[in-house]
Design a protein around this ligand. Sequence first.
Ligand code: PMP
Length: 424
Amino acid sequence: MDSAGFDPERVRADFPLLSQEVNGHPLVYLDAGATSQKPQQVLDAEIDFLLRTNAAVHRGAHTLAAEATELFEDARRTVAGFVGADEETLVWTHGATEGLNLVAYAIGNATAGRGGAASAGLALRPGDEIVVTEAEHHANLIPWQELAARTGAVLRHIPVHDDGTLDLDAAAHLVGERTRVLAFPHVSNVLGIVNPVAELAELAHGVGALAVLDACQSAPHLPLDLPALDVDLAVFSGHKMLGPYGIGGLYGRREVLEALPPFLTGGSMITTVTLDEAEYLAPPLRFEAGTQPVSQAIGLAAAVRYLDALGMPAVHAHERELERRLRDGLRQVDGVRLLGDAEADRVALVAFDLDGVHAHDVGQVLDAQGVAVRVGHHCAQPLHRRFGLTASVRASASVHTTAADVDAFLDAVAGVRSYFRVHA
Ligand code: PMP
């Protein structure tokens, strides 16, 4: 039991995969930022649905179809509640990448005149500005590059300080009357620092721009109330928050979702269709064309119930202890440079460079000892370039990580330079 009343060993025992050995060593899984492991409760919920209830939702009058629809919509209520939102404001997606593309393409469709008067306010004109940060995952960068290229809008970015925090003075200058969208991460998947969301949302709203939040790396780790943060749109990803692959959420403020034209079109998102045109359902179904990932949504609801039962404040407190252990330990290792070492509110995710050893080699030596970390640019090339690197090593924890995992990782890192005979 740690000081937050959280029992890491008991939690770890809920994750069957973690009890195995890899390369002859007990598995130390520190790649939760890429994808988290799944507790038995999530696996059971998904299998139970497939074994007993599986049927297509929102169509068909038979008993299983009605039960599946009820479970699917109940899952939406549960997941929406987890981020402080109403069910009508939560759109299912297949992941955060799709959610961000949905938003960018929908704004592009509004620019092309789709969606009528309600959407006209979202249209971009040449010279309008989309502002992102230098710390984006490519999923919150490339969709905006593409939208700018299609509409004549200009893409700008908020720089990152050496300590990993955002340059908020620069942000205040960059965000101006031409800004129509300000998109940013709650927590960067390289830096692990919690960005000041409410402050950035206020900056966007001060000039009438949309605030779009990438909450992939915060939703699994912090108490989250998206309406209270006052963002217009936000995405998160099921597989990073103990849930299945192929499911994610897009939260939108009601008025914003109502104004957005659809991205994907087809079955299940319409009221009336003729051979010439179609009328669309209200959100959230307007954005859910085609057969939905139903068992995955039910698995994600089980994941957020699991997190809620632990209590997100206790989860955050536990992971802050791990985060301090990780950073304090890494600072003791000769040749380690942490990327973005600000003292700030953080999640337990840290990326570093080890002088004289390529990140991929570090990863290989750790893997041989059963320690799984991420190496490479982590889908954030511009941020790595800003730190003068092409790759780094990233260790990222979750509720299923223990202090013993962190210590095993630190021991393994401490041996890497002598393994390669690199000396200061
Ligand atoms: N944004 C961030 C900050 C991420 O870490 C990731 C996943 N690495 C994504 C977006 C993409 O999420 P998904 O896997 O759900 O498409």
